[in-house]
Design a protein around this ligand. Structure first.
Ligand code: KIV
Length: 271
């Protein structure tokens, strides 16, 4: 019997059950009501209101500029659309790194004002106090290790992380720390597939990969990338399921042409 097919509402416990049974977890980002409705109706397990909204919705180069208020706006739009999926909301840069009290009050704002089900935070040992304090309030936390885009100015580039032994061991240490603290899942971004598989075997909580190979418990992609809306982003890990840039471009051109020629609206399209 499939856990995925039977549940009416996905919870953190359902995700753990899926890992225990070897059932893969599907996750996509979502930022607005209309898209989230379609994603949820398709049967996705988790919708991540990612701070990648900073890139794909607002056109910023990095995820750093997006604010807590903006994340709350996106997340509340998504929550209004969703009936089944677990909705996880990214805590934006600057909302949890300073001190754990501030982190908790920001996480509480997210939970109260969006109706989301969990928060996600980037980092390991360096943010463990914030993670622990948020967990004490009963707010589920998803971790995020490997390439953590909020630290892009420290890394300097978006290349694969943890290829060297030292960084790989630190990542394994951090994953165990997050598990011991009580995180319900961890995203591993852009790390070698073998390392991701090792982490997924060594920790009991679900590991969701992006650019981390197939040996993990689930996958996440940015919805604009997998739909081909963003036609310039072509990393090796991205599978494109559509070419919406081209399809939308063609539709817009056809509409412009119909308006200019007077073809639209016709007799049946007016009152
Ligand atoms: O913000 C985001 O979209 C993310 C995913 C890439 C995991 O954190």
């Amino acid at each position: 019997m499939s856990v995925h097919k039977d549940v009416k509402k996905v919870t953190t416990h359902v995700l753990q059950e899926m890992k225990n049974r070897g059932e893969k977890i599907s996750m996509l980002t979502g930022y607005d009501y209309s898209m989230a409705r379609i994603i949820d109706a398709s049967g996705i397990d988790v919708i991540l209101v990612g701070d990648s909204a900073s890139n794909v919705m607002a056109g910023h180069e990095t995820t750093l500029p997006i604010t807590l208020d903006q994340m709350i706006y996106h997340a509340s739009s998504v929550v209004r659309a969703v009936e089944r999926a677990l909705v996880v909301v990214d805590m934006p840069f600057g909302s949890y790194q300073g001190n754990s009290k501030e982190a908790l009050s920001n996480a509480i704002r997210i939970m109260k004002e969006t109706g989301g089900h969990a928060v996600k935070m980037e980092g390991g040992e360096e943010i463990i106090d914030s993670i622990k304090r948020i967990l004490t309030a009963g707010i589920p936390v998803m971790g995020h290790l490997g390439l953590t885009p909020q630290s892009i100015y420290k890394f300097g580039t978006y290349v694969v992380r943890a290829k060297e032994e030292e960084e790989a061991s630190r990542l394994i240490h951090d994953a165990k720390l997050l598990e011991d603290a009580g995180c319900f899942a961890i995203v591993l971004e852009k790390i070698p597939a073998k390392l991701a598989e090792q982490v997924a075997k060594e920790v009991k909580i679900p590991i969701i990969g992006i650019g981390a190979g197939n040996g993990v418990d689930g996958q996440v992609l940015v919805v604009h990338d997998m739909l081909g809306i963003n036609n310039e982003f072509k990393p090796r890990f991205l599978r494109k399921y559509n070419n919406l840039y081209e399809q939308m471009h063609n539709s817009f051109q056809q509409y412009i042409s119909d308006v200019k020629s007077g073809d639209f609206p016709n007799q049946n399209e007016q009152y």
